[in-house]
Design a protein around this ligand. Structure first.
Ligand code: G4P
Length: 288
């Protein structure tokens, strides 16, 4: 399945970002801690090559803590890169984010060389929540300024530290099929760009091998490991009363149950990919 989702304003964003990136000292990218590889934007990587980077694994409350540690180590092994895990319950996100950025840029700071840091992330990754939380604490939002487009805002985390915010940015074409499905499952992709049944089946296929017990607890049945995902989806639909016309089980409604449960964290904290799995998908996609 190819997911195509690149609304018009994103073309403008790409162009604006390419211009913005030139003037910033570092880039903070929010990643979904449940799918850190798939939620990392290759377009952004291309635009920001060579800049120090802070990777922020957000929604860590929904992710498997052991795999979050694996991902943090994996990301921090890159040059000029730091990684942090966070979620919306973080009490002082601005302080942690600022400290991490200052550590990345030890030679900047002060009013002569203020820090300018771009913050970005794909849609639904929790960027507005984080920014609102920071604004609610000590940061101040600045008004219109020349050179700052309407779609951007500057948030002063300190007198000498500006965060430049951009709207969500997804890449024009998701080349790695597995990533496209996981992004759709996470809610990062517009609803009309994918088939819910296909995404729910793929999600079950990812979750069952590692977290079969969670599904068994949630839906009170334990399918055989070899049972096809279709069958499992149908049984979830039966157990959840997902019925369509004529009282038949509706796979569409069963898929909605599965996706809503995953997105709300009803299965407990889980992570959908390891760095090795993600690297293997990318290699296979590149070889196609
Ligand atoms: P965006 O700006 O990156 O597009 O994302 P936004 O902040 O709007 O967050 C998208 C959804 O993710 C919101 O839920 C938000 O509450 C939720 N969210 C953000 N950060 C976290 C987090 O750290 N942990 C968890 N579990 N959820 C988080 P929503 O259902 O779309 O809206 P609402 O129910 O909050 O109104």
């Amino acid at each position: 399945m190819t997911i195509q989702w690149f609304p018009g304003h994103m073309h403008a964003t790409r162009k604006a970002m390419a211009e913005r990136v030139r003037d910033v000292d570092a880039v903070v990218e929010l990643l979904d801690a449940r799918l850190p590889g798939s939620s990392e934007n290759p377009l952004l990587a291309e635009l920001t090559r060579g800049k120090p980077a802070l990777k922020l694994l957000n929604k860590q409350d929904l992710a498997d803590p052991a795999l979050t540690r694996v991902w943090l180590d994996h990301l921090q092994a890159r040059p000029a890169t730091r990684a942090l895990a966070m979620d919306a319950s973080e009490r002082a996100p601005a302080r942690r984010l600022e400290a991490a950025c200052r550590a990345l840029l030890p030679n900047r700071g002060g009013l002569v060389k203020p820090l300018r840091v771009l913050i970005c992330g794909i849609p639904n990754v929790g960027k507005s929540t984080l920014i609102n939380s920071m604004l609610g604490q000590r940061a101040a939002r600045t008004g219109d300024e020349p050179g700052i487009t309407k779609t951007e805002q500057r948030i002063m985390l300190a007198e000498d530290f500006a965060l430049i915010d951009t709207p969500g940015l997804l890449w024009p074409r998701i080349e790695v099929d597995e990533s496209g499905l996981l992004l759709a499952a996470s809610g990062a992709v517009g609803r009309n760009a994918y088939d819910e049944e296909e995404v729910a089946r793929a999600l079950l296929g990812r979750v069952r091998p590692r977290y079969a017990d969670r599904l068994a607890t949630r839906y009170r049945f334990a399918p055989a490991p070899a049972a096809p995902d279709d069958e499992v989806l149908t049984e979830i639909g039966r157990r959840r009363g997902a019925l369509g016309p004529g009282g038949r089980i509706s796979l569409q409604k069963a898929a909605e149950v599965v996706l809503n449960d995953f997105r709300s964290g009803a299965w407990g904290p889980l992570t959908l990919e390891t760095p090795e799995e993600f690297a293997a998908w990318c290699a296979a996609a590149a070889a196609r």
